[in-house]
Design a binder for this molecule. Structure first.
Ligand code: PLP
Ligand code: ZN
Length: 450
């Protein structure tokens, strides 16, 4: 079956390796329960010979697929016919060379780049994945869909579901969701169910609900979502004139992005479209540092797909015994049982990747710097610059290496964290407002103070 198709689904567990057509929607291997992957028979796909051929589509961007920053690269995620492809203009994002921030953190001019995914229609990178997953949902004729979310997934799902005329329910944990994100889910018309529990609880419930009611699931378990997220890397290469950076730095939550990035580079190398693979640095928050603990301390590895499951199962049992709930101001990465763990381990192997964890204090300080010198971002995104600081101090990353940090979400997503940081005046780079009487002379006097 698989060898006649351009694309098919395959279980990542080598002991199983079951294959399925892309016209099916499972989200987990129905035979062994492991993650599914999208595979391509590249010899059946007319992939452009050079990456720069994709760039030529800028000139034909009145074609909606050429306009999309995801579908512009469609031969590299060729799992559905064009008629099903959904686009609302995602992926019009920016790779900003930021010399001011580079200088501030001790890097050479020209070396630091910020990939601002906050410019997507719903304000986070999640749109890259949703455009792909909703195309698949349309292909399989889904009528109703659901997701669990720390916030941005629900915003993106709500937006795309409405566009596709698919009913949608989003599950969020209680309390810890950023208001910018919650406001979007409601405004875009999603049925929003707030569960008394954390994200990991929501994730468990939504899988059960989707199985019982036959809903289309849109968490990053969904392998089609990750295909769309690969394009973030293609756009970074494009922003660098189709050259490969030394490092990609990304925050790690459910580990969909890091998994997708590793897959993207592995495929490009296999296709001969790049000659080397950048290294990947994945940054956890210290209050939600499962990946960091498993990889650095417990030596969990991809190991050709033969992952030693006992290592992470024991760790999760310890978390359960402690009644552990993750805590970080970077709510988008406040996850302790990342669903894409295994695929992320594969990405770490492909990209010679490393993992670090950074404190909330480091995250909010970094966020203030990205705001001051760049275009701003939400807290989870700032973990990249905080992590870069750690890696520069460790001399793992050198000041003259080319680094691209993925700023995953828009700076207006979580205004509470920003306002608290500046107003309290407690952070290193706090910039609190000054109160002043309604009097011209006093105002002018205040303005001349510094
Ligand atoms: C979802 C999200 C993350 C986490 O990404 P994963 O792919 O789950 O690791 C990080 N930052 C933001 C802004 C997000 O919305
Ligand atoms: Zn399987």
């Amino acid at each position: 079956m698989a060898e006649n198709k351009q694309a098919f689904q395959k279980c990542i567990n080598p002991a199983c390796g079951a294959e399925f057509e892309c016209s099916e929607a499972f989200f987990k291997c129905p035979q062994c329960g492991d993650l599914l992957d999208i595979k391509y028979n590249w010899d059946k796909i007319a992939v452009p010979k050079k990456l720069s051929d994709f760039g030529k589509r800028w000139t034909t961007r009145n074609n909606r697929l050429d306009f999309s920053g995801v579908w512009r690269f469609r031969e590299l995620l060729n799992f559905c016919p064009d008629e099903f492809k959904v686009s609302i203009g995602e992926g019009q994002t920016l790779l900003q060379q930021n010399d001011m921030l580079a200088e501030f953190i001790g890097m050479e001019k020209g070396s630091l780049h910020l990939q601002y995914e906050g410019l997507n229609p719903s304000g986070s990178f999640k749109d890259n994945g949703m455009t792909a997953a909703f195309s698949h949902a349309k292909m399989v004729g889904a009528k109703s869909c659901a997701c669990a979310s720390t916030g941005n997934t629900s915003a993106a799902v709500a937006l795309y579901a409405h566009h596709c005329g698919i009913k949608c329910t989003v599950f969020i944990g209680s309390g810890r969701i950023a208001f910018g994100k919650l406001s979007q889910a409601m405004d875009y018309g999603a049925k929003t169910i707030q569960i008394l529990g954390d994200f990991d609880d929501c994730m468990k419930q939504v899988q059960a609900v989707c199985t019982k009611l036959g809903l289309y699931l849109l968490n990053s378990l969904n392998p089609f979502r990750l295909e769309g997220q690969k394009t973030i890397m293609y756009r970074i290469l494009e922003g660098l004139g189709w050259s490969v950076p030394d490092w990609i730095v990304v925050p790690g939550g459910n580990l969909g992005n890091s998994s997708a990035f590793g897959k993207a580079f592995g495929e490009l190398k296999q296709l001969g479209l790049i000659d080397r693979i950048p290294r990947l640095a994945i940054i956890n928050a210290t209050g939600a540092d499962t990946l960091c603990e498993l990889v650095n301390n417990r030596k969990l590895k991809w190991n050709g797909g033969e992952v030693d499951e006992k290592i992470y199962k024991d760790f999760y049992a310890e978390l359960t015994a402690k009644n552990f709930s993750p805590h970080t101001c970077a709510s988008a990465i406040e996850i302790s049982r990342p669903v894409n763990l295994k695929k992320c381990l594969r990405a770490i192997e492909i990209c010679n990747g490393i993992v670090r964890a950074v404190s909330d204090e480091a995250i909010t300080d970094a966020k203030a710097l990205i705001g001051k010198y760049g275009l701003g971002c939400e807290p989870a995104s700032a973990a990249t610059i905080a992590g870069l600081g750690v890696l520069l101090a460790e001399k793992v990353i050198k000041p003259n290496e080319t680094v691209a940090c993925v700023l995953t979400g828009h700076c207006l997503k979580d205004p509470n964290v920003t306002v608290n940081y500046h107003k309290e005046g407690a952070g290193k780079y706090s910039n609190p407002p000054t109160e002043c009487p309604n009097d011209l002379e006093r105002i002018i006097k205040l303005m001349s103070q510094d």
